[in-house]
Design a protein around this ligand. Structure first.
Ligand SMILES: [Zn+2]
Length: 444
């Protein structure tokens, strides 16, 4: 649906789209009154107790969704946590039909497939009007860096024809660039257009935000008219954020979401902890045994339950994303919501194999800050067990002893006989969907 709209829009003359985009129509006209009312409702909310929403969804599901018929009605959260088992991608794929509500009105739902990394993508039914809540909460999160339905430059997963530099979506107020053409010539074109249009918000993956920032910095271009990068959907690395905020002096706003759309949360104006949005979904963090984590500093897996998808409700879905529990109150902004940090996405795909078959996660290969400060990028590529390529982009601080330290460091982390090749490069690799991951592994 979105694709069809975009195709039609891209056929309209850019000049007309540009005029439409810059008309300051009220969001209610563009997204409808339901969106507008929802946005007003949540905009100033400091806390929200979603337990009643959860129990309503759970008890509805027990009555109407075949997969959950085996459970008895629940009266409170403890009851829910004691009874309900966890589900995951494999279970949902296997029992797709049984996760559908018997009362679903098919005209109000559509099928989406989540872009799985390797293996089968997951098929889900989602309500067509989900944008009311999704956009409402997303726009609320972005408002913490001053975003008020501004025009955005978008550099994400859109491919454009070779002779097209950008297209404009006047409804969502997006100037959309090709996310697969990230070279210096094209970065210059992107810069020229965002400057010409005076665009203040750039919506890009963290890795793209970082690469674009390096281009701006290296070429001494004026970027003072831009207020912030809006960045989600990838792990964030310290060197990326430090470069953007310290060298360029721009705000960097990051949020966490995942393709099954059960949990959403982002930074606030004063803190890089992720504030979990209680109206979006029911959040749990669990340890290896499945017990809830509520001790600051403990790390566990993010588990989500929908509050809004009555057509195909996922309950206690294990995301394979991990995070550290911080607390349930942000002193900086005064919101009483769950806070997490150090999110590590899709952990099971994050293993590097040594020569003897033992594994180390890419995340565990954290080294000291002063070594990081000599690097402008780092990525691991493993094509077979026991051999690891480490791609490194040097920055101005890089010296010969850094090379020796890198070699010694990686050697110390892997079993005897593991071959480590450090390769100095100008650019890191992206996956076919345009995203950056720290480890690209072909080992099954
Ligand atoms: Zn806060």
């Amino acid at each position: 649906m979105k694709k069809v709209i975009l195709e039609n829009i891209s056929k309209m003359p850019t000049s007309i789209n540009r005029v439409l985009m810059n008309l300051n129509l009220f969001p209610s006209l563009i997204y409808g009154y339901n969106y507008s009312n929802y946005y007003k409702l949540i905009k100033k909310e400091r806390s929200y107790n979603n337990e009643a929403d959860l129990l309503r969804l759970i008890n509805f599901s027990i009555d109407n969704v075949p997969y959950y018929n085996k459970y008895k009605k629940v009266s409170d959260i403890n009851d829910f946590q004691e009874q309900f088992e966890f589900i995951d991608k494999d279970i949902v794929s296997k029992y797709f039909e049984e996760f559908k509500s018997r009362t679903i009105s098919h005209k109000d739902y559509e099928v989406v497939t989540t872009g799985g990394t390797g293996g089968n993508p997951l098929k889900l039914l989602v309500p067509k009007n989900r944008y009311i809540i999704e956009l409402g909460i997303m726009h609320k999160m972005w408002s913490t860096v001053g975003y008020r339905h501004h025009v955005r430059a978008v550099i994400r997963n859109q491919r454009l024809l070779d002779n097209v530099d950008y297209i404009i979506n006047p409804i969502t107020k997006e100037v959309i660039f090709d996310g697969f053409r990230l070279n210096n010539n094209y970065f210059q074109k992107i810069y020229d257009i965002i400057k010409l249009f005076n665009i203040q918000y750039i919506h890009a993956y963290p890795s793209t935000a970082y690469e674009f920032s390096r281009f701006i910095y290296d070429n001494k271009l004026d970027i003072s008219f831009v207020k912030a990068f809006l960045s989600g959907s990838e792990n964030v690395y310290k060197y990326q954020k430090e470069f953007i905020t310290k060298k360029l002096g721009l705000l960097f706003y990051n949020w966490y979401g995942h393709s099954e759309k059960l949990v959403l949360g982002g930074y606030c104006s004063h803190s890089d902890n992720y504030h979990i949005e209680p109206r979006y979904g029911y959040f749990e963090l669990i340890d290896k045994e499945g017990n809830p984590i509520n001790t600051p500093g403990e790390v566990g897996e993010i588990v989500g339950t929908t509050l809004n998808n009555y057509g195909m409700p996922l309950i206690r879905y294990k995301t394979d994303d991990f995070a550290e529990y911080v607390g349930n109150y942000c002193e900086k902004c005064g919101r009483r919501v769950t806070l997490i940090k150090n999110i590590e996405g899709r952990r099971s795909g994050n293993k590097i194999y040594g020569a003897d078959g033992s594994t180390v996660t890419a995340t565990a290969l954290n080294f000291h800050d002063d070594l990081y400060m000599a690097l402008a990028g780092l990525q691991y590529v493993q094509k077979e067990k026991g051999i690891l390529d480490v791609l490194v982009i040097k920055n101005d601080n890089f010296e010969t002893n850094h090379d020796l330290r890198l070699k010694a460091y990686f050697k110390s982390k892997f079993s005897h006989g593991t071959i480590i090749n450090i390769k100095y490069v100008d650019r890191l690799l992206k996956k076919p969907n345009g995203k950056f991951v720290e480890l690209i592994s072909e080992v099954k």
